[in-house]
Design a protein around this ligand. Structure first.
Ligand SMILES: [Zn+2]
Length: 272
């Protein structure tokens, strides 16, 4: 899956200043600064950045393997030999550690950008000195990085699996029922509600499988397998889905994402 890396991802909170050889994640909107290479995402070292860029705000965000990664932003032109690679493009590049770093960095970059001022009293917010948080010096409001819990649900009926296709999105492959947790709701109730809303089906025997930090949408996906309870008649929620149907194990199409929890869950069912 997306987060399964060959190097250790260490996101424990530390206060550090960047050094010459550290990795620089420089964002401009949703685009990250990288070397001009076909299909390969290579970030500059902090030491090669221009003095003006180095003079900006830099935050240590995590380490990949032994290498510290720092987050910065730049509104000017890219340095020679580099370009700003937009999110929709870098997702399809490699290596996977770099794509993961860019996606996590982009999520944090969005979060820092949207927590500049306190939503309660309007003062400028500051970084906490002890944890990854933004704190208002006037009223004390503390904000943590935005993570929205959501579910991915594989509904089976004997040898059949329920597959869906989203409506009106760039992602057109097969998917499972999915949706966000709402206030006051257990994650198990999210599973039952989302399945019912999207397909009109009832489910039983919920079994938690795995989670996946889907940082592209600031969400934490929690995967569940469950079984059909009652009628198998599907009533599609047309605002969300273009398609939903039962697929026998042997006829499950191979058209799903290889990096997503959804893809892994479909594949696991297909293999029995
Ligand atoms: Zn405040």
């Amino acid at each position: 899956m997306f987060q399964d890396l060959d190097v250790r991802y260490d996101n424990s909170f530390r206060q550090m200043t960047p050094e010459e050889n550290d990795t620089a994640l420089v964002f401009q909107g949703d685009a990250v600064l990288a070397a001009q290479r076909e299909g390969e995402l290579v970030f500059p070292r902090y030491g090669v950045l221009s003095p003006a860029l180095r003079a900006g705000v830099w935050r240590y965000v995590f380490s990949l393997g032994e290498r510290p990664v720092f987050l910065g932003a730049w509104e000017g032109a890219p340095m020679p030999g580099c370009r700003f690679v937009p999110s929709r493009e870098y997702r399809g590049m490699g290596p996977k550690e770099a794509v993961f770093a860019a996606a996590v960095g982009e999520s944090l970059h969005r979060w820092y950008g949207s927590t500049r001022f306190c939503g309660r009293c309007g003062r400028a917010m500051e970084d906490s000195q002890t944890e990854r948080a933004r704190v208002c010096p006037a009223c004390g409001l503390t904000l943590y990085p935005k993570i929205c819990p959501a579910v991915i649900v594989a509904v089976s009926d004997g040898d059949r699996l329920l597959l869906t296709k989203y409506r009106g999105r760039a992602f057109t492959r097969y998917a499972l029922v999915a949706g966000f947790n709402e206030i006051g709701e257990s994650i198990e109730d999210t599973v039952r509600r989302e399945v019912f809303e999207e397909t009109g089906l009832r489910v039983k025997n919920l079994r938690y499988y795995k989670s996946q930090p889907w940082v592209f949408t600031d969400s934490l996906l929690m995967g569940f397998y469950c079984e059909l309870a009652g009628s198998d008649r599907i009533t599609i929620q047309e605002s969300e889905l273009s398609e939903a149907g039962w697929y026998p194990r042997a006829e499950i199409p191979g058209d799903y994402s290889p990096i997503s929890l959804t893809g892994e869950m479909i594949e696991r069912f297909r293999r029995g």
